[in-house]
Write a protein that binds this ligand. Sequence first.
Ligand code: ADP
Ligand code: MG
Length: 248
Amino acid sequence: MSASIQPKSADPELTLISVTKSFGGHDVIRGIDLTIEKGELVVFVGPSGCGKSTLLRMIAGLENVTSGEVTIAGKTVTDEEPYDRGIAMVFQSYALYPHMTVAENMGFALRLQRIPKEERRKAVEKAARILQIEPLLDRKPAQLSGGQRQRVAIGRAIVREPRVFLFDEPLSNLDAELRVQTRIEIARLHQSLGATMIYVTHDQTEAMTLADRIVVLRAGKVEQVGRPTDLYDDPDNTFVAGFIGSPR
Ligand code: ADP
Ligand code: MG
């Protein structure tokens, strides 16, 4: 395996330093080092069970690291609570509160942070405008289509103006056409917000079209890191070639 291609930067947004995770003595993440630049869109790919979600959850602070360190904007956050990390996560399952309206769902994190009501309303409306879901603000999640729910879930992340967005297979519950639309939407958001994003998928097309860099994971380790074209043209091994090179 060749050395992973990582930009050397004095000002990274996020770093993982020798991060490991075991569940009940079973090593799930086995020593990951990674540097992500401000504004980068990095895609994690790898087979089911290789540790993608666990890694995102550790970055978000929803799961403790067993050993190692996570830094965000130069500050160690390994022991910080999720809400203090400046990170927002969008899940595959949307995880919207069914009893709240769209506007309440989107403003909920700000309410927890005791942001005043008027300020919350403005932030929610601004995010709704960006995602073109203003007409949906008074609806309940049950009155939305899958694609609309996923927009609301993304809107809920935008409202918090995080430094880093984490997406965990956000399109896997959508049909093919909506997957393409939403993928384009996420690319547009990345452009317009200039935010750092980590995007988990097992879909080769999503990885190739969205990523500034792709991180290929296998059994809790980084197999190769590089730009999509580099991995495509010059995979380190047959595992990477199989994942990136072949149509699926
Ligand atoms: P991926 O998202 O790549 O499919 P996960 O991060 O969900 O993989 O899981 C990686 C491994 O960790 C799997 O073997 C899974 O069974 C295990 N795992 C994940 N969460 C837990 C948990 N809370 N307790 C025990 N094992 C877990
Ligand atoms: Mg997962």
